[in-house]
Design a protein around this ligand. Structure first.
Ligand code: DC
Length: 230
């Protein structure tokens, strides 16, 4: 593909299949992939470890200034580094999942993450997934997708993902965490999770990952052809 700087955004609630769809779509298109949730999780881990209160504005600013978050691709997997340490597994634990929504509702945290995400995207062909990617981070994206999925199916998927990583929190706990995160992510004042009118809505409840990827790829290829012709 000739296009440079093609941005495809994928937003949706936790467990809707964003990460896998984004990762596989990026691989199929030969694009880079950015999981912005992993960035919010990494900064949440930093807050937890520094022991500061989320009401301590000065402390938050200090932690944000000192945090170094880096994303590396290693053998097709995304490695997340916090201050030089590999935290890929740790950011998926319940300890982090339980705190990530309140942290990501903090204005200065979002400001810093959005700047970082735009910097990473510069000059790249990118699939970027999160909650506010099509609405706030890249409002002029070439293609916007919004994934939806039934809560029971999302619970099942998230439970399996945790199980595959050796974690067994139990179905009720996983479901409760998803519902609570949906509530906070959709109702926060700043950059709430919402579908923008120009995003293509895909309900993934009855779809396999292969099918989801095929739908998103065909939408992207059509846009890429159009962009290359322009
Ligand atoms: O996609 P995830 O479950 O790993 O995301 C973790 C949390 O990060 C999620 O509860 C909301 C927040 N998030 C956000 O507010 N904005 C984004 N662009 C990505 C994630």
């Amino acid at each position: 593909m000739r296009s440079e700087g093609f941005v495809l955004t994928i937003d949706g609630p936790a467990g809707s299949g964003k990460s896998t769809t984004a990762k596989e779509t990026a691989k199929a298109l030969g694009f880079d992939y950015l999981d912005t949730g992993a960035m919010y999780r990494a900064i949440t881990l930093k807050f937890i470890e520094s022991g500061i209160s989320l009401h301590d504005r000065k402390g938050i600013a200090r932690v944000l200034r000192s945090a170094r978050i880096a994303m590396n691709w290693r053998h097709g997997n995304l490695e997340v580094l916090l201050d030089g340490c590999d935290v890929t597994r740790e950011i998926r634990t319940q300890r982090v999942s339980a705190c990530v929504s309140p942290v990501s509702a903090i204005h200065v945290v979002r400001k810093r993450m959005v700047l970082e995400q735009r910097r990473i995207a510069q000059g790249r062909n990118l699939v970027c997934e999160g909650r506010d990617i099509g609405s706030v981070v890249f409002p002029n994206a070439d293609l916007k997708v919004f994934l939806e999925c039934d809560i029971e199916e999302r619970t099942r998927r998230r439970e399996k993902e945790l199980y595959d990583n050796g974690l067994h929190p139990g179905r009720n706990r996983v479901r409760a965490n998803l519902i609570e995160r949906d509530r906070i992510d959709s109702s926060r004042d700043i950059s709430p999770l919402r579908r923008v009118p120009d995003a293509v809505l895909i309900d993934t409840t009855m779809l396999t990952i292969r099918e989801q990827v095929a739908v998103v790829c065909s939408l992207a290829l059509a846009k890429l052809r159009k962009k290359d012709r322009a």
